[in-house]
Design a protein around this ligand. Structure first.
Ligand code: ARG
Length: 457
């Protein structure tokens, strides 16, 4: 049976019905739908739109449906969408009174409310999962605050960096993501219920009562906007896309750093895979999968942006297409953040190999130039002199720390004995004590700053 069949002379054809239905995916909204319906029925009773006894009967009926779906006694099937399902089940359970639930509302404000309730809870969960990920990065940072690794630009060795500084960089990204979810949660926390189909309602509703019951921060101020706005879905998908972008970068680092060529990190066996033909292989399938799933989440973002573009006011059935991208994004996001948190907890760092590698590629050349500049040589000239020293190293197959003072002085009389210390990997990293820099002290301050900001969530 359809909620709207009164006007029709023929039932919907089977194929049209199958094409139109959303229950197969919007059943995920059953809890939000029932919660919002209980609030609506309570408000109808309090405002005298239905009697208090009717309101109570409806609420009890709805609660029994929720309990039965929760415990598996009732399966969500056999209706056009979750709203029709709940209403027809209610009428089955409490009879005629159930038909009064849909007074002063439409499925349009109902679904907009359900989606906001669902997305709000989902944003809260995203924040908690990101927090766990950041805490894992923080403990890696703490463990490795005294360790030095190569820092890259253009994937070429650039300057030695601190391992904690490296992990803190990702914490900063995920902290911004956390903040984004918190901000969009606030923006979406506005209640559309009471907008009805599009024009508002002539019943003496009290939207403040429903708002309070559902914990919304505010009620929507324009009924046309309220039933047709899906900005909040797009914002969620954008925030999720950025998390995936950040995770994907971390995946790429993981894949590189655990390769035979780099050998900086080791992924534990429990989070690695093998090859069906090459017995020696230990593959980074999990980081590759997370990197791969990023494209899928971006696709969902483009999908919702395209769906909402060009829709005439107000509600259009196109908006039903907000759900599958949302649900798939949520599931993908949560599983990716979870698996990466688990993987990082088990990752091992080859600290000696990383230190060794940090000294390669003339990575302390900037320190030589800085040495000269600090002794009065204009930086541009210092850069040129250092370039020549690097060329000398290449020609004589020497590293910068292996040069003697005489060899430095061959290129400039400004060099004194302390240059030999300045070009070591450790001195290079420790020398950069600026806020956010590579010294142990700066990395420690970075950890403290992240911890402090994380406390908010
Ligand atoms: N399944 C619909 C959706 O997700 C529910 C709202 C239906 N409203 C309507 N006017 N047909 O958007």
């Amino acid at each position: 049976m359809k909620l709207w069949e009164g006007r029709f002379t023929a039932p919907m054809s089977k194929d049209a019905d199958a094409f139109n239905e959303s229950l197969s995916f919007d059943q995920k909204l059953y809890r939000a739908d029932i919660t919002a319906s209980v609030a609506h029925a309570t408000m109808l009773g309090k405002c005298g739109i239905i009697s208090p006894a009717e309101s109570e009967t409806i609420c009890k009926g709805l609660e029994s449906i929720l309990a039965d779906v929760d415990n598996g006694a009732l399966s969500v099937e056999g209706a056009e969408d979750v709203h029709s399902f709940v209403e027809s089940e209610l009428v089955k359970r409490i009879g005629e009174t159930g038909k009064k639930l849909h007074t002063a509302r439409s499925r349009n404000d109902q679904v907009a409310t359900d989606m906001r309730l669902y997305a709000r809870a989902s944003a809260d969960r995203a924040i908690q999962l990101l927090k766990a990920l950041i805490e894992t990065l923080l403990s890696l940072a703490k463990e490795h605050v005294k360790h030095v690794m190569p820092g890259f630009t253009h994937l070429r060795k650039a300057q030695p960096i601190n391992c904690a500084q490296y992990f803190n960089a990702y914490s900063e990204m995920f902290l911004r993501d956390t903040e984004r979810f918190a901000q969009l949660r606030e923006r979406m926390n506005v209640m559309p219920l009471g907008s009805a189909a599009l024009a508002g309602t002539s019943y003496p509703v009290n939207r403040e009562i429903t708002r309070e019951l559902l914990g919304f921060g505010d009620v929507s101020q324009n009924s046309l906007d309220a039933v047709s706005d899906r900005d909040f879905v797009a914002e969620y998908l954008f925030a999720a896309s950025l998390v995936m972008a950040h995770l994907s970068r971390l995946c790429e680092d993981t894949i590189l750093y655990t390769s035979e060529e780099f050998g900086y990190w080791v992924i534990p066996d429990e989070y690695s895979t093998g090859s069906s033909i090459m017995p020696q292989k230990k593959n980074p399938d999990l980081p590759e999968l997370v990197r791969g799933k990023t494209g899928r989440v971006y696709g969902h973002l483009v999908s919702i942006l395209t769906t909402i573009k060009g829709l005439p006011l107000a509600y259009n059935k196109d908006l039903q297409e907000d759900k599958e991208p949302f649900f798939d994004t949520e599931a993908t996001l949560f599983s990716c953040v979870n698996i990466y948190t688990a993987l990082l907890q088990k990752i091992k760092l080859n600290v000696n190999a990383m230190y060794e590698a940090a000294g390669g590629g003339y990575a302390t050349a900037t320190d030589v130039a800085d040495y000269l500049a600090k002794h009065g040589v204009p930086f541009r000239d210092a850069h040129a002199v250092t370039g020549k020293i690097v060329r000398y190293c290449i020609e004589t197959e020497k590293t910068l720390p292996a040069l003697t003072l005489r060899e430095f002085q061959m290129h400039s009389a400004v060099f004194e004995a302390d240059v030999l210390e300045a070009v070591t990997t450790r001195a290079s990293a420790e020398g950069r004590n600026s806020v956010g820099g590579s010294s142990t002290e700066a990395a420690r301050r970075g950890i403290q700053a992240i911890k402090k900001r994380l406390k908010k969530y």
